[in-house]
Design a protein around this ligand. Sequence first.
Ligand code: HEM
Length: 113
Amino acid sequence: MSPEIYKVLHVVGVLMLFLGLGGMFAAEPGKGSRLFAMLHGLGLVAMLVAGIGFAHKSGYGWPNWMIAKIGCWLVVAAVPVMVKKKVLSRFVGILLALAIGATAVWLAQAKPF
Ligand code: HEM
């Protein structure tokens, strides 16, 4: 598969993740549809596999900005759990997901380290 396909799959994974988050946040606590939880989970897997696939095809190795992106990925994966357990309010969860998502996009663009 070409690197471009991996990158498209990576971004599709990001879209799935954020659609899933939106659906989970919109539901009443404890009444969320499984479809959105599945979108969130499948999106996470797709973006990790396709991100690593793209890096491998492009000969990037494991630069530090990519390790930092895995950190972002872990935080976005944990946001719904933190909201469900009331560690974060839904509003703060949304802000955190957007801020971490923006950081991950910036890391891919700027590759600062
Ligand atoms: C919240 C998590 C993440 C978000 C929102 C995100 C988002 C994005 C977006 C939108 C792009 C396209 C940037 C562009 O072409 O201009 C991108 C590129 C990329 N991402 Fe991610 N990503 C995330 C996590 C990850 C993870 C976990 C990995 C790998 C382990 C990864 C590896 C990459 C790579 C290698 C690129 C291509 C960079 C390049 O064009 O040179 N990303 N990411």
